[in-house]
Design a binder for this molecule. Structure first.
Ligand code: C2E
Ligand code: MG
Ligand code: MG
Ligand code: MG
Length: 281
């Protein structure tokens, strides 16, 4: 009989049907109580306007302070929530928390400031999320102009028509839509042509490889130029060094996000950073 050993192992645990039933049952139960007790919370990573060197947006990222396993990164529990069908519940939770942040800090937010949230493929086209957004649209639509929803290519692949329809509805309500992790899938170029994304987030792997030869620079430059001509803003993910920062600025990438500038912070710290209006070079 296999044993659960050490922290975080529980969610990778391969087991007999009976055992895995109880493991996933436990996670489901943990998830529901974690939501009820607010053990799940958002951290915020600022996104910098590379030209101005100022914070222009932020991405909300989920964390789980598990009562037994400690702090869990999303890569550990998202696959399990996916299997048990709980991602749409997480998405609603994240959406509500994000709207609470926007509501609380509205006065400090510049007109163009966006809070980005990651929404799963399962949750994106679910009526429940759209109903929540429609509710805001009806009663406080001005808040929605500060919201941007990040989806991945997988969401499109899973359901092309529903995704298209949802994106159009979001645009009608003033919500922006970003394509996350661009360049990690297969047919990305056709997607940016057929779907009306406001923002393209260039995957970290491209930024990592930036210094590893001239071809990478040419590819990046092409992505950035193509996006520009389609009216799509580009965000470089995972900027870790000064030289990556400088190169992306030179390539006219609009925005950047990464440990070199700021790691994800608490909502209080983000509010403080917005007040400070710090310069990033
Ligand atoms: P993502 O949406 O592409 O988010 C960016 C990830 O890169 C975050 O990891 C962030 O902490 C990390 N990152 C930022 N700057 C750097 C850097 O300079 N270097 C490196 N190595 N990493 C950097 P995180 O928070 O662990 O999230 C991982 C993934 O989990 C996210 O990738 C997203 O796909 C998913 N995720 C996170 N939060 C949520 C959520 O609230 N809902 C859903 N459905 N998915 C989420
Ligand atoms: Mg993201
Ligand atoms: Mg990403
Ligand atoms: Mg990712």
């Amino acid at each position: 009989r296999a044993k659960l050993n050490g922290r975080n192992q529980a969610f990778y645990y391969e087991a007999s049907d009976e055992e895995s039933y109880s493991a996933s049952y436990r996670l489901e139960r943990d998830f529901l109580s974690a939501i009820a007790q607010e053990d799940l919370y958002l951290v915020f990573q600022p996104i910098i306007d590379l030209k101005l060197g100022k914070i222009c947006s932020a991405e909300a990222l989920i964390r789980w302070h598990h009562h037994e396993h400690g702090l869990l990164a999303p890569d550990l529990f998202l696959p399990e929530l996916h299997r048990s069908g709980y991602l749409p519940d997480l998405d609603i939770y994240v959406f509500e928390k994000a709207m609470a942040f926007i509501t609380a800090h509205k006065a400090q937010l510049g007109d163009d400031f966006c809070l980005n949230i990651n929404i799963s493929g399962q949750g994106f086209s679910e009526p429940k999320l759209m109903e929540k957004i429609q509710h805001y649209y009806q009663y406080s639509s001005h808040l929605l102009s500060h919201l941007c929803i990040e989806i991945t290519e997988q969401t499109i692949v899973d359901n092309v028509e529903a995704t298209q329809k949802t994106i159009e509805q979001l645009h009608t309500m003033g919500v922006k839509v970003a394509l996350d992790d661009f360049g990690t899938g297969y047919s990305s170029l056709s997607y940016i042509n057929h779907f009306t994304f406001n923002i393209l987030k260039i995957d970290r792997s491209f930024i990592n490889n930036l210094i590893k030869g001239p071809n990478n620079t040419i590819i990046l430059e092409t992505i950035i130029q193509l996006s520009k001509s389609l009216g799509i803003k580009t965000v470089a993910e995972g900027i870790e060094t000064q030289s990556q920062f400088n190169s992306l600025k030179q390539l006219n990438c609009d925005k950047g996000q990464g440990y070199y500038m700021v790691k994800p912070v608490t909502s209080k710290e983000l509010a403080q950073l917005l007040i400070e209006n710090k310069q990033f070079n």
